[in-house]
Design a protein around this ligand. Structure first.
Ligand code: ZN
Length: 313
């Protein structure tokens, strides 16, 4: 597990230790002795989150909000459990995600279909439903006054239709979930991040994702906190590569020959070489095998998501 990273303006990155250290983050926003939690990790992370809050002198009663950028389980899997532990917290969720938080049965079934029952339980445990009266649905433009600190919610489809991003006025930064790509700190070269898009199943929509990337840049935010993983700067400079890669992935998917496993393997192979080529151009000197290990999970999920998109027509 990577130790907590303390940023300016009371923002803290915690490592959810999901799949590997440094893959998935949980962010705390601390204001006047109160906390908002942005993305929750899985149930396995709950004791760590509560311990970190305690260490920061924040009692469970002073957690005001549990905010989920979208309802994929690496982001929202612990929302119900955190609400059980934090009696005054409200859940903030995209209107298209609310019903899945209140009744997670469909979300769980979808995930079991991908991972199998045993893996699902090992990864996520029992998903705790969120009481409907504790959920706040944040439409596009919704604002929350968090102890004098304005949080603005932006509808950001493309990765998933139930995805929003949060703009924090105090730090002029964004919590982007999976909307502004993924960026593992292992790929940093001279402090510069390598950022690539995620096209995870089942709601990847390239047009919407292009528009979302532009909209996030247009906020003028100084930095983005990515769930995978932590803080990056220079959004306007990063966006062109994200756009290019979205188009490249889409072109490859359209060109993918064959069917079923053969088509999947072809696309996965091309995505690996595309990302490796870009990592080399970025100046990354890690060995191929190390890069591929760090990217393996995303290459697989991206491939699946792109093929789901293509088959939807
Ligand atoms: Zn994610």
């Amino acid at each position: 597990m990577i130790p907590p990273i303390h940023h300016d303006h009371g923002i803290v990155t915690l490592d959810a230790d999901y799949l590997r250290p440094g893959l998935a983050a949980i962010h705390l926003v601390i204001q006047d002795g109160h906390a908002a939690i942005v993305d929750t990790g899985t149930n396995q992370s709950v004791p760590m989150v509560l311990a970190e809050l305690r260490g920061l002198g924040i009692p469970r009663e002073a957690v005001d909000y549990v905010i989920v950028t979208h309802v994929h389980l690496d982001h929202a899997g612990a929302a119900g459990a955190l609400l059980q532990n934090c009696p005054n917290a409200r859940l903030v969720v995209h209107p298209k995600g609310t019903r899945h938080m209140i009744d997670p049965a469909k979300l769980v079934a979808g995930s079991i279909a991908v991972y199998g029952h045993e893996n699902f339980l090992a990864l996520y445990g029992e998903i705790v439903p969120v009481p409907a009266e504790r959920a706040i649905e944040a439409e596009d433009g919704h604002q929350i006054d968090f102890r004098g600190r304005t949080l603005t919610f932006l509808d950001t489809p493309g990765h998933a239709r139930h995805h929003f991003c949060i703009h924090d006025a105090l730090s002029n930064s964004l919590f982007t979930g999976d909307s502004f790509g993924l960026s593992y700190r292992e790929f940093d070269v001279a402090g510069k991040p390598f950022v690539f898009p995620t096209t995870t199943p089942v709601q990847f929509e390239p047009e919407a994702l292009h528009a979302t990337v532009d909209r996030l840049v247009a906020t003028g935010a100084r930095a983005a906190f990515l769930t995978h993983y932590s803080r990056i700067e220079g959004l306007a400079g990063i966006a062109p590569a994200l756009h290019e890669m979205i188009d490249e992935f889409v072109d490859l998917t359209r060109a993918a020959p064959g069917e079923d496993q053969a088509r999947h393997d072809w696309l996965k192979d091309r995505m690996e070489s595309t990302l490796l080529g870009r990592l080399r151009a970025h100046g990354c000197t890690l060995e191929d095998s190390v890069c591929m290990e760090l990217l393996a999970n995303d290459v697989e999920l991206n491939t699946q998501g792109l093929l789901v998109w293509r088959d939807r027509g």
